[in-house]
Design a protein around this ligand. Sequence first.
Ligand SMILES: CC(C)(COP(=O)(O)OP(=O)(O)OC[C@H]1O[C@@H](n2cnc3c(N)ncnc32)[C@H](O)[C@@H]1OP(=O)(O)O)[C@@H](O)C(=O)NCCC(=O)NCCS
Length: 330
Amino acid sequence: MSTRRELKSVAHALAGSFISRYNDLEGYWGLGVLCAAARSVEIDFSAARMEPPLACGPVLIDRYARLLEDQYRLRGVNPGWVKRVQLAVRFGVPIATSERPYGVRGEGVEVIVEIEDDLGRTRIARETSCCAPHDPAREARSARFPDSPPAFRFRPLGEPHLRLLRKWLLRPHVAAWWDRDWTVAKLREHYLERVDEPRATRAWIAEHGPEFVGFIQRYWVMGSGEGWWEDETDPGAVGIDLFLADGHRLGQGLGSAMIRAFLEMLFEDGSVTVVQTDPAPGNARAIAAYRKAGFREGGVVATPDGPALLLRCDRASFTATRPGPPGRLR
Ligand SMILES: CC(C)(COP(=O)(O)OP(=O)(O)OC[C@H]1O[C@@H](n2cnc3c(N)ncnc32)[C@H](O)[C@@H]1OP(=O)(O)O)[C@@H](O)C(=O)NCCC(=O)NCCS
């Protein structure tokens, strides 16, 4: 007959699975994704809450809550015995050479699971490994993710993209809303030469499956300078600007899906509180696309480039409008 002692094995199963490569977020190692976003993460399964509240939280909580249910069933554990299940991930912990897994780069990471039973006894399991922050430019997607529908990937803008970007900027559907004066040298200076500065504007080429479909840039709103956003006091506010490369693809849902995918990436950074954008008030298609992606209008504002419609999407409303747990492992 099962006893509450089985909870020790459940704790080990949860810690072992969470630290393993099977902890997979859309084809990438989940621990690397967490590592890129925070120095430590806590999940309280009893309250279904992750702290800090990262965008991947609902997926991980749902997946490992199901693992817990399976473990209870397998081991004959009465769920009524379980008062609290808590999982903590800490990056940058010292790791003995003997504990360092072969061929895994990065710093030490520990996963600690605590399960408290209804009699007040706590079982603890600890697993360690090494982990580097997730970087889509360096990592290949897991082979377990082959037949998913095309996903968006955002490739940091680099020297090889500049000519293509210049060509895109001259296309009529883009030039109608963007400055046409960008030479390759100006693009290089603006996007590449300052990219290592901590609050630099960064840009990405958006890929959808194998296709290059668009361009997106992200800037920090506060301290933009040159008369932009002088009232902003939130250091976590970021702004975005974007376009689709191909004029024939407009108005078919691609842009709003790309914006949504980009928000997922931006909110992985725990310091980002809100994302804003500022299309011209007459750019009805862009405004509709942002609204579809979850932005809400904040009114017309004066900018150095003329009037703009401010649209914002904060972390709470982004999280509230996410669909149910996507990216489930197959
Ligand atoms: C802005 C942009 C990325 C949006 O992408 P998109 O794929 O065209 O947008 P979506 O199809 O996802 O959404 C657009 C919505 O506007 C609607 N729409 C299309 N043309 C419209 C128009 N002229 N007026 C009003 N709504 C329009 C579409 O029907 C769609 O809504 P629906 O899906 O409810 O029918 C893309 O249009 C683009 O690159 N535009 C040129 C550059 C630009 O304006 N950039 C933004 C500068 S801030």
